[in-house]
Design a protein around this ligand. Structure first.
Ligand SMILES: *Cc1c(COP(=O)(O)O)cnc(C)c1O
Length: 360
């Protein structure tokens, strides 16, 4: 008889971070310009069609919209309840007995837990090592390799030639390479075209960031048709609700150009905020995303983020994510008036730290 829970589940926990109400929430990289306007209208129309019936088995309306927008065959697209669901399904499809996954770290906090939930060993390879030699990600013969590009939480963009070398290594018989493009809309080139042609590449995307639809829970993946089919098998039917399918399809088509407009504003605020942080000596990382990672001013990410929270601004603390294992903070880029609130809180913290130092 097998025990409940399975022994490896004892080490897992539910996902937690402080989400108590706050004035300015710059902690989770959601879209501070709001939700895609086409989504709400499509959502109401879908409600009018009725909720008593099941949605399409595999979100065909959304799959078609994605295929049309990206210029790829519909058979190469898979969808899910958030891109987390697409990742989870891909991991499950790769997780045979004794299977391992490896990833370039630090990266998306959900990735190692998702692997473990699916019974896979998760092996972290430091970004410096992985970038110096993509072979390091294949050590231990993983069945899946996860790379986030641009990366959360550092904001950096792995060179495209490096990704191509990794894909050459994965070849036709090697591990599935999962390239998470959650932030690709904020200024990176995409590997979606390669995904259609390469035998072992799944590119995942989300509606939760540039499209402003985190509350809807929709994501998708693009891969060769046989890879996409394996992920769909693992995911199962009815995962994207009827209303979410319609709303997401309208947003993906983006007939109004809302995404390009808000992304341009976001990028301009990002560059301005980068300069402000640099002025304060906080060495912000160059970012290709809608957030910026910078050195924790007091050296303790927990204490620094608590001090900002006490002044009404939430950012995300990252212990050990900075060079030499030091602490960092991640701030989501927002319309400038919100970033002014952030800078006021940050300046108050810097003054406090300066006074504490003087008192020593
Ligand atoms: C926010 C984020 C996602 C999005 O997940 P959803 O489940 O689609 O909301 C995926 N990957 C990374 C790296 C992220 O930061």
């Amino acid at each position: 008889m097998s025990p409940f829970p399975r022994p490896d589940y004892r080490e897992l926990s539910t996902y937690h971070f402080d989400r108590s109400p706050i004035d300015v929430d710059l902690s989770d990289n959601t879209n501070q310009w709001g939700a895609h306007p086409a989504a709400a209208a499509a959502l109401m129309a879908a409600v009018d069609e009725g909720l008593a019936r099941y949605p399409e088995l595999y979100a065909d309306a959304l799959r078609d919209a994605v295929a049309e927008r990206l210029g790829v065959p519909a058979a190469c697209v898979t969808t899910g309840c958030g891109s987390d669901d697409v990742l989870d399904s891909a991991f499950r499809a790769a997780a045979g007995p004794g299977a391992a996954m490896s990833y370039a770290a630090p990266t998306f906090a959900m990735v190692a837990p998702l692997a473990r939930m699916n019974g896979m060993a998760a092996r972290a390879v430091a970004w410096e090592r992985a970038l110096a030699s993509p072979e390091t990600l294949l050590e231990g013969e993983p069945s899946l390799i996860y790379v986030c590009r641009p990366n959360n939480p550092t904001g950096h963009l792995a060179p495209s030639l490096w990704v191509e070398r990794l894909l050459d290594l994965a070849d036709t018989t090697g591990p599935l390479v999962v390239l998470d493009e959650a932030y690709v809309d904020f200024g990176a080139d995409s590997f979606v075209r390669h995904a259609v042609e390469r035998p072992r590449l799944l590119v995942t995307r989300t509606l939760s960031k540039a499209y402003g639809l985190a509350g809807l829970r929709v994501g998708y993946g693009v891969a060769a048709a046989d890879v996409a089919r394996e992920v769909e098998k693992s995911r199962g039917p009815y995962k994207v609700s009827r209303v979410a399918t319609r709303a997401a399809a309208a947003a993906v088509r983006d007939r109004e150009g809302w995404v390009a407009r808000t992304v341009a504003e976001c990028v301009s605020c990002r560059e301005r905020l980068t300069r402000e942080l640099r002025t304060r000596g906080l060495s912000p990382r160059e970012s290709f995303t809608n957030f910026i990672l910078f050195r924790a001013p007091g050296g303790d990410a927990g204490a620094d983020s608590a001090a900002l929270r006490a002044r009404g601004v939430a950012v995300r603390p990252f212990a050990g994510a900075w060079d030499g294992g030091r602490d960092a903070l991640r701030v989501t880029v927002a319309p400038w008036p919100l970033l002014e609130r952030f800078l006021e809180a940050l300046d108050a913290r810097l003054t406090e730290l300066g006074e504490a130092e003087e008192a020593l």
